[in-house]
Design a protein around this ligand. Structure first.
Ligand SMILES: *Cc1c(COP(=O)(O)O)cnc(C)c1O
Length: 386
């Protein structure tokens, strides 16, 4: 394996770097990278226009009516999650049901418990989808539950949860519905009108921007009522909103480059054809990848009707010659960065199908995988039993 393998040329602007087949940071376009080649002042009038267009554009993309606001928060996706939970789930008057089917649901539950906010869980393990009936039954059994938190695409496995049915069941009972749509927003349609009061996502997922900030779309009356509820100064969603509304500025230094890059990414998202077109490209990526992997003999964790277009989980082959670290390194040398598995029980690995990647990249990674398996002398791709 010493000789230099054929290397698939990386993304435009960084041809000697691998394509990121991960759930973020992910591969961005050359235009998005180029937008970062200028320095912007945070009080600059043009910069404030960019921020205001991003906030309006995100509300439009989510189909929000004018009862919603967009609040941008510095930091990765989890910062908006903690900010939203801190603002909207105060101790004395709320109890939150967290619907868990993977690491990201678990993380929201961990934040609530760290903050000492009342919380209960439905835990489906890491590869089963929760149903609206289950959520409804949990709400009916415990009238003290006021809020529900659920992940749209649980990136741990790639499963897409039936978010709108669940939101309708939550609303029918007069409760507040909050959604982590981090890894789906921009690629899988989300109907806020189904009864979603709060949605959080971040800059470096399906809009194809770079890491640096996250955002919450939330009902204005909830934001107004959240004054003084936050456990934190920096993560105070209400104060952040007030700041952006008062003078269009952030309270603390914003990630200016990430914001102008995101503004460009939103233009490219619209030019591609918005959510339907972006979703269609990712679905095509996923179909090509899954078919090619199955043709080689790999097994997917999820059945096709549950695996979303975002990231695919493959079960580790039982062949003794298969070592994930070698597999990973050899693929990286060929121009592709894949992702380790995160399941608690079954050994697995993941390949992301989002970012500025298309059919040619998918065919490229499949070809590289075949070559690496041959070199590793792996022939038995049946999964290890979990
Ligand atoms: C990426 C992601 C997050 C946020 O993770 P960060 O590392 O904080 O950006 C949260 N939830 C889901 C479902 C995600 O995919």
């Amino acid at each position: 394996m010493d000789k230099q393998p054929h290397r698939f040329a990386g993304p435009p602007g960084q041809e000697d770097m691998p394509y990121l087949l991960t759930p973020g940071p992910l591969t961005t376009s050359r235009g998005v990278k180029a937008a970062m080649l200028a320095d912007w002042g945070s009080r600059d009038v043009e910069f404030r226009r960019v921020v205001s267009e991003i906030r309006k554009g995100l509300l439009g993309l989510a189909g929000c009516n004018d009862s919603y606001e967009c609040v941008i928060m510095q930091g990765s996706g989890t910062f908006a999650i903690e900010a939203a939970l801190g603002a909207f789930c105060p101790k004395a008057v709320t109890k939150t049901l967290v619907v868990v089917n993977g690491a990201y649901g678990d993380r929201a539950a961990a934040i609530l418990s760290h903050l000492g906010r009342p919380m209960v869980k439905i835990d489906k393990g890491d590869s089963a989808a929760p149903s609206a009936d289950e959520v409804a039954a949990a709400l009916d059994a415990d009238p003290a539950i006021s809020h529900v938190w659920i992940v749209h695409c649980e990136t741990t496995s790639g499963i897409v949860n039936p978010i709108e049915e669940i939101a309708r069941a939550v609303k029918a009972r007069g409760k507040t519905c909050m959604v982590d749509a981090m890894s789906s927003f921009g690629a899988i349609a989300l109907d806020m009108g189904a009864g979603i009061d709060v949605m959080v996502s971040s800059s470096n997922k399906c809009i194809e921007g770079v890491p640096g900030f996250s955002y919450a779309l939330a009902k204005r009356d909830m934001l107004q009522a959240s004054r003084g509820m936050s456990h934190s100064v920096v993560l105070d969603l209400h104060e952040q909103w007030r700041g952006l509304e008062t003078n269009g500025q952030f309270r603390f230094t914003p990630p200016t480059h990430a914001l102008v890059a995101f503004h460009q990414a939103m233009k490219e998202h619209a030019a591609e054809g918005g959510v339907p077109a972006r979703g269609a490209r990712y679905r095509r990526n996923a179909q090509i990848l899954i078919k090619g992997m199955r043709d080689m003999g790999f097994s997917t964790l999820l059945p096709d009707n549950q695996a979303g277009p975002i990231i695919q989980t493959f079960l580790t082959p039982r062949d003794r010659n298969f070592h994930f670290e070698t597999f990973y390194e050899e693929l990286r040398r060929r121009g592709f960065a894949i992702y380790p598995g995160k399941l608690t029980k079954r050994p697995s690995f993941r390949i992301g199908t989002i970012g500025k990647v298309d059919e040619a990249v998918m065919n490229g990674v499949l070809k590289a995988i075949k070559e690496v398996l041959t070199n590793m002398m792996v022939t038995d791709l049946a999964p290890l039993e979990g």
